[in-house]
Design a binder for this molecule. Sequence first.
Ligand code: HEM
Ligand code: CU
Length: 655
Amino acid sequence: MLDKIKDFAADFFVTGDPLIYGADVSIVLVTIAIVFVLTYFKKWGWLWREWLTTVDHKRIGIMYLIASLLMLFRGGVDALLMRTQLALPDIPFLKAEHYNEIFTTHGTIMILFMAMPMMFALFNMVVPLQIGARDVAYPFLNALSFWLFFLGAMLLNLSFVIGGSPNAGWLSYPPLSELSGSPGVGQNFYIWGIQISGIGSLATGINFLVTILKMRAPGMKLMKMPLFTWSVFSTCVTIIFAFPILTITLALLFIDRYFGAHFFTMDGGGMPMMYINLIWMWGHPEVYIVILPAFGIFSEIVATFSKKTIFGYKSMVFAMMIISILSFFTWVHHFFTMGSSADVNAFFAISTMAIAIPTGVKVFNWLFTMFRGRITIKQPMLWTLGFIPCFLIGGATGVMLAVAPADFQYHNSYFLIAHFHQVLIGGVVFGYLAGMYYWWPKLFGFKLDEKIGTWAFWLWNIGFYVCFLPQYWLGLDGMTRRVYTYSWDTGWASLNFISTIGAFLMGAGFILQVWQIVYSIRKGERDTTGDPWDGRTLEWSIPSPPAHYNFAVTPDGSHMDAWWHVKQQLKAGIKPPKQELEPIHMPKNSAVPIVMSTFWFIAGFGFTFGWNWMGISGLIGVIVCLFVRSFTYDVDYYIPVDEVKKTEAKMGRAI
Ligand code: HEM
Ligand SMILES: [Cu+2]
């Protein structure tokens, strides 16, 4: 009996590596510390009522932000481990198998559990405020999306200490990801973690599309919407068409693994290439899903900090919509080398290059907006200015990769690694950080410290080039991706060493940002006006942080840059008409999203280990939650006028 338990434990817990024991200990310590603090300060009730069961889009946004910063830390540690291993030839730091696991979790976490939630954080923090709404269209579904994402992410992260991590790459190509190639449970963690959070992402896409279509302030025609809202719109359209493909693909892979089917195996009539096509039919739109909101963020920031309306508003809107459509017609560029005909490759080469046109239009519009503007350089603008050259180089190397015959040289080399990090870090990460700095005062009521932030920016920016520029040369020199070590006679040592220094500079930048947040919570400049950057759009018309109902009276959205328009009118002595307060209709908190997502987690964990009893119990729990919610009628309430008056007066806004 004891031996049996021992055997089980040896399989169940990941053992044998000091790094992992270290992680075990720190996970246990952090958990104990959190439980202790919450109990000591009697904060459990508060946590449950105010956060875990909230349906308020602003709080959900903050929870997404915290989760994504944690995941940036985890993904970043993975990156530094890999760069340490590659700093010099023949370093015995990570074993081959461990290296495979780390690049797999790094890629998966960075895209799905860092970039996606940071994007959703900004959707939630900004969109309702920007369109003059009191919440999203489906607040309950919004909370459910968050918890599905969060517990899906936790499921994947658990594989680090329980059962073992996936190691077949961030897109898990078969046959490696099939049972024959990956017999362990790591691959199941990958499938279920992504599947559960993916359902949440799809729901968020639907939710924000409906929000933008149905909840805009009176007068705000589609072509009067702020550009960030437009970018969210184009992203949501892309999510709605792309994510179902991911869901089906992973489900088929799971059926192969669990029930011995042959969708993607060579024997039994299956076809691995089928998987590779499907996963990139989602995967390529996915990279545009994460970059489009960054375009929207830059557009808002450039206009605000140049004190001008954005140049070429209509062309910006069209560019984003064209990009979201074109993004569905380029997926084959990820496997030009895998034997399609020349015609097929030519089609996908041209469609890929075509995307450079709308993207170029956007860059020119940003430049023209800045031209002769009264530019001030604060943190959001700093990251925007860092982004433009970085993204241009990333775009140019992307077009190089799109030349199908030349790609036979670049494919799967460090040239590719450098290219996609250039657009993912220089575009997505810089963009979301710019957005975080820009909207932080709105959500928290204070600015993040400018001085520490400037240091962090330069560490990131310089670190980026030091890390990734050498990799273009390494790639041309023949270094392929996903190698865990190399020998001295390759001649790659010095460039790799430089690259690793750059990675650590970025790590230092991240640590400074954590310090910046901690420092600013106490000492950051307070925002008493609600409009710290002299903004243009509606979110800057209300106090920071906003009341939970956002707007005491529904704002007028009929002018482009609606809040700027009001400010101009006020300057000219024209006051907006006084509006009567009315009771405000709000949604009630609910425990169902977190409970239902926990059942999903239980189901995912059960199926990961092949414990049907647990998997099926989890699914039954999910169904019970659906019923409970369906028969709950007490889901909303009205805030009386008196209470709105009191809250507004407290915030210094007498009505
Ligand atoms: C903070 C700086 C970062 C560094 C130093 C870094 C470093 C690395 C390294 C060393 C690899 C493995 C290369 C190989 O052996 O093939 C890698 C792969 C990857 N990285 Fe990063 N990375 C960083 C940030 C990011 C970000 C922000 C994203 C996405 C938003 C990202 C997405 C990926 C993906 C998708 C892969 C491919 C994984 C695979 O081959 O399956 N990385 N990165
Ligand atoms: Cu692509």
